[in-house]
Write a protein that binds this ligand. Structure first.
Ligand code: HEC
Length: 290
């Protein structure tokens, strides 16, 4: 009896992973990113298109409260001029400073301001969309997926660090019109292949031709998804280019330093190599006396 129960328990535990597998989220496809690898750099045009997608689509629901308008003109970013960044800031209304009566009025944004959040508080957002749209400032770093063995081993050599953006891209074009047979969604939810649990409260934000591109890039959901994800990678890691450049310089410096240390060692030990007998221990009686 006990043996039968053990065998049954074993069979169930072996079958469990197979059952879980069926419901599992697939790994997001890996994209080619200009900012991947040790020499990675952002594609300025892509970041500018991504900002356009953010402003015309995502901004209605998501904030970027850690991103200041001035950073749009920072080196290593989307490459706007100060004048362009100022113009973008001025298109927003932000909370002003209290006047003499303590009244706070809205005023046009300035370079030092951050992107305003669309909802006054989380409750208001939840009441509207039955879930809180997270702030997107660092979402590219806050999301990702388990790479699992053996992929994480390869990642050490390929320096793969783009789990976050690959997930975002997959999420944005991972919607299905209807859930697979046998799956019922909670009301107000949509089926997304790549969202853990598949039921997401965000309505599919992108459709083909939704945002006008003027630089000839394809106006498809796929392209929008890539561009906004790249932009969100920049907001999450605005100094990525500097990090990779300095990393490379440090690497080269260490190689040169290792060479110098090798020759310094040879010089310091030169005498010993020429006169190995000097290395022999001497009895105390042979020590030179003062
Ligand atoms: C109509 C409102 C709305 C719009 C427009 C919208 N979102 Fe969302 N988004 C939401 C809501 C609501 C959630 C929370 C979903 C949940 O937790 O089920 C969400 C969640 C997310 C998440 C988090 C997913 C996760 O893994 O937790 C990301 C990333 C995201 N949105 C990106 C975007 C991007 C990029 C755009 C623009 C292309 C966009 N959203 C446009 C409402 C919106």
């Amino acid at each position: 009896m006990a043996a039968a129960r053990t065998i049954l328990a074993l069979a169930v535990s072996l079958a469990a992973p197979a059952l879980a597998q069926e419901q599992e989220t697939p790994a997001p496809p890996m994209n080619k990113w200009s900012f991947a690898g040790p020499f990675g750099k952002y594609d300025r045009a892509q970041l500018q298109r991504g900002l356009k997608v953010y402003r015309e689509v995502c901004q209605v629901c998501h904030g970027l409260k850690l991103v200041a308008f001035r950073t749009l003109a920072d080196p290593g970013g989307p490459g706007f001029t100060i004048a362009q960044a100022t113009a973008i800031a001025a298109e927003y209304q932000v909370k002003g400073e209290p006047d003499d009566q303590g009244e706070v009025k809205d005023r046009p944004g300035r370079l030092a301001d951050v992107f305003p959040t669309p909802f006054p508080n989380d409750q208001a957002a939840r009441a509207r969309y039955n879930a809180v749209p997270p702030d997107l400032s660092v979402i590219a770093k806050a999301r990702g997926y388990e790479r699992g063995f053996p992929r994480w081993v390869g990642d050490i050599f390929t320096q793969y660090q783009e789990q976050g953006v690959d997930y975002l891209t997959a999420l944005l074009h991972g919607y299905r019109d209807s859930p697979p047979a046998g799956v019922t969604l909670p009301p107000g939810n949509f089926y997304n292949e790549y969202f853990p649990g598949h039921a997401i409260a965000m309505p599919p934000p992108l459709t083909d031709k939704r945002v006008d591109y003027t630089d000839g890039a394809p106006m498809t959901v796929e392209q929008y998804a890539k561009d906004i994800s790249a932009f969100l990678m920049w907001t999450a890691e605005p100094h990525l280019e500097a990090r990779k450049r300095v990393g490379m310089q440090v690497f080269i410096f260490l190689i040169v330093l290792a060479g110098l240390l090798y020759f310094t060692k040879k010089k310091v030990w030169h005498e010993v190599e020429l006169h190995p007998e000097k290395l022999k221990p001497r009895p105390p009686s042979e020590y030179p006396r003062a």
